[in-house]
Design a protein around this ligand. Sequence first.
Ligand SMILES: *Cc1c(COP(=O)(O)O)cnc(C)c1O
Length: 458
Amino acid sequence: MAEQTKFLLDESRLPEAWYNIMADLPAPPPPPLHPGTGQPIGPADLAPLFPMSLIMQEVSGERFIAIPEEVRAAYRLWRPTPLYRAHRLEQALDTPARIFYKYEGVSPAGSHKPNTAVPQAYYNKAEGVKRIATETGAGQWGSSIAFAAKLFDLECKVYMVRISYDQKPYRRAMMQTWGASVVASPSEDTQIGRKIRAEQPDSLGSLGIAISEAVEDAATRDDTKYALGSVLNHVLLHQTVIGLEAIDQLDMAGAYPDVVIGCTGGGSNFGGIALPFVREKLAGKNIRIIAVEPAACPTLTRGVYAYDFGDTGGLAPLMPMHTLGHNFMPAGIHSGGLRYHGMSPLVSHLYNLKLIEAQAHTQRACFEAGLQFAQTEGIIPAPEATHAIRATVDEALRCKEEGTARTILFNLSGHGHFDMAAWDSYLSGEMVDYELPDAEIQRALSDIALLPKVPVTA
Ligand SMILES: *Cc1c(COP(=O)(O)O)cnc(C)c1O
């Protein structure tokens, strides 16, 4: 009998609830602090920015949170997503390992990000919000929230980092196709944008500036809230549909993972595949869970665990996280989604508790593995996702050396169809690796030396 390649769940098996790891952690992560007072923040502090239902999810201790039927109906446009067995990659590697991947590139935006964009739009709509303001770097989050806002009939304003706005016209057109209004950041539309433009008329922008513009927009208008695509607890909560589906699909395949792998920018797709398996690990299962980050932005492997601002401007709450400092400027690697200075507080906490491991890889090594994947499995991966593929290939080659047949599951967070310039750079031999000198990390970390210290719980 031919060996099965795709494991597909019927729509009726779309998860009915998200999984909240908070209910099962041996100790909770430390609380976020108010940027002004240094005191733990409460729901009221976040109310100008987020709808109350999302704030309550952010602090919830319930193990399962029901997915509203309207959200499940929208999820059905592309979920459940397929689980693949990578037969051809296994053969090419000549490994006894069994490799499975969950493919999130089948969403309308081409990545996992709509998994949280859709419920965020839904809860905003349900609370009477008319308009969402957000930032985007490379455009993956902006396109996901533009799509979701349109489904729930919300206006959407995206502050897109100037350099990406100029370099990625098709991402911008994608957001506009879904009805969003997109402006290059820094813009003339906010006070902070006008101030920066007056000082530096040629500013190429940064994610930190774009966040400040979107936050100002939301905080100064009654009809508008802000939306964030990664890092926060409620974002990781929404992404757990990935891991919950994968558990059922591996069951169909008669398999159980020894190793679970995901790439990490702010931690949301990794959290999505990993958290349901962390639950099983806490219940006694022997699973290694590996977060993979770029060597040019190594928050888990070379950063410190400290309170730091989520944004460059220092307006966002102080969060306990592995960080390189809010002024850290990562090199211009092609994995735009992995260039964030911090890491989700939940993922940071799991790392401290030694429930997960972390690895960092350089971009050419990642593209090399990604190319082998594209040439065997067919799907051209997003640059971010090649980090998970690198770690998977390394693990499969170790299995070959040791003669052991471990089962590996990784999350393929998105396809690379909007990133062909990055692939072009790799294929032409122009792509370079960045060695990050220790002195540069120390310099960036000195900026947070005076912020409150985190009590060590591990
Ligand atoms: C945004 C993005 C990432 C990184 O973000 P996380 O929050 O760490 O998941 C990874 N892969 C793709 C395809 C993305 O669009």
